[in-house]
Design a protein around this ligand. Structure first.
Ligand SMILES: Cc1cc2nc3c(=O)[nH]c(=O)nc-3n(C[C@H](O)[C@H](O)[C@H](O)COP(=O)(O)O)c2cc1C
Length: 300
């Protein structure tokens, strides 16, 4: 019997549903037992969000300052797992704060140390640096990443900003104004993520993960938009400045969070289209670094 543990966190249920869907064939196999552990914070973030809470979550999320989590049950903690499926989402280009709170807790050591891990990231579309950050946590925890899957909203980058805000502020996964695309990872992509189950199952049963990532890539488990990696990298530098600045503001934090919010809107709607134009003009000169980025972010 092989034991698999799914570790997940989700506010809308998207990351949980994706993890379950990817593991469909594992649940169905008689020689595999799947356990599910959902990360919960003692003091959870609101859902649906309001604008104040949404932007106020930024500094601690980006600086990965953990909150206390509810301890996993003894049954989960004492399991002997052959494989861990780690399903997470991105907040501010960083693994979400509940996920980081788990990764920095004593329970992560117990559940991940010495174990093989397949990570599944689901988000709007910008997960590259969050992938690097989870990689650093796995390394620190002595966990071995053996697979990596990324699922995103395929809508246009600007449309998906509008639709995700509608989704997260209303709690409803509906078409904004009746004509915008539906927010989040599409139902079709979620349904079809079950295709990753077979290679994972074979690797699990044979205890041979050497070709798993290659098989997942062939099944289009990680599709890269190089421009988004450049934005992600640049925005990380800018977020580092803003998050540190806001954390030093004890009395007028609210005002600084509001400055950050307007800066973000300016960067998104004014700076980023200019950067995209420059990127397209200089594309041929960037081919080498684009290839290197694709290789890096499709690997473990
Ligand atoms: C506070 C916050 C910040 C977010 N920041 C990002 C981001 O930087 N990049 C991204 O692609 N998605 C971002 N998202 C979207 C999430 O990654 C995710 O798709 C969405 O919250 C639904 O996830 P869940 O229901 O599984 O929790 C953010 C969401 C929240 C709530």
């Amino acid at each position: 019997m092989k034991n698999v543990l799914i570790i997940s966190f989700s506010q809308t249920s998207q990351a949980n549903v994706i993890a379950q869907q990817v593991c469909r064939d594992l649940y169905d196999h008689e020689d595999v037992h799947v356990s599910f552990y959902e990360i919960t914070l003692k003091d959870p973030f609101p859902y649906p969000w309001d604008s104040g809470a949404f932007f106020d979550a930024f500094p601690e999320t980006f600086q990965q300052i953990p909150r206390e989590i509810t301890p996993p049950s003894e049954e989960i903690l004492n399991g002997n797992y052959d494989l861990v499926i780690f399903s997470y989402q991105v907040w501010y280009l960083t693994p979400s704060l509940p996920v980081v709170s788990f990764l920095k807790s004593e329970y992560a050591e117990k559940l991940l140390s010495g174990r093989k891990v397949i990570s599944i990231v689901s988000c709007r579309n910008m997960w590259a640096k969050a992938h690097d950050k989870t990689g650093e946590h796995f390394k620190r925890l002595n966990a071995e990443r053996v697979g990596h899957i990324a699922l995103v909203d395929r809508a246009n980058n600007y449309a998906s900003v509008i639709t995700i805000v509608h989704w997260l502020y209303s709690g409803k996964k509906t078409r904004y104004l009746g004509f915008f695309p539906l927010p989040g990872v599409s139902d079709k992509d979620i349904e079809e993520s079950g295709r990753f189950g077979q290679p994972i199952l074979q690797a699990l049963l044979t205890n041979n993960y050497s070709s798993l990532q290659k098989q997942l890539i062939d099944l289009k488990a990680v599709e890269i938009k190089p421009f988004l990696i450049i934005v992600d990298r640049t925005a990380n530098k800018i977020f580092s400045f803003w998050s540190k600045k806001i954390l030093t503001k004890k009395t007028n934090r609210k005002r600084w969070v509001t400055f950050f919010k307007y800066y973000l809107l300016f960067a998104l709607w004014i700076i980023s289209p200019i950067v995209l134009l420059l990127y397209n003009i200089t594309y041929p000169l960037r081919l080498k670094s684009i290839r290197a980025d694709i290789k890096h972010y499709q690997s473990l």
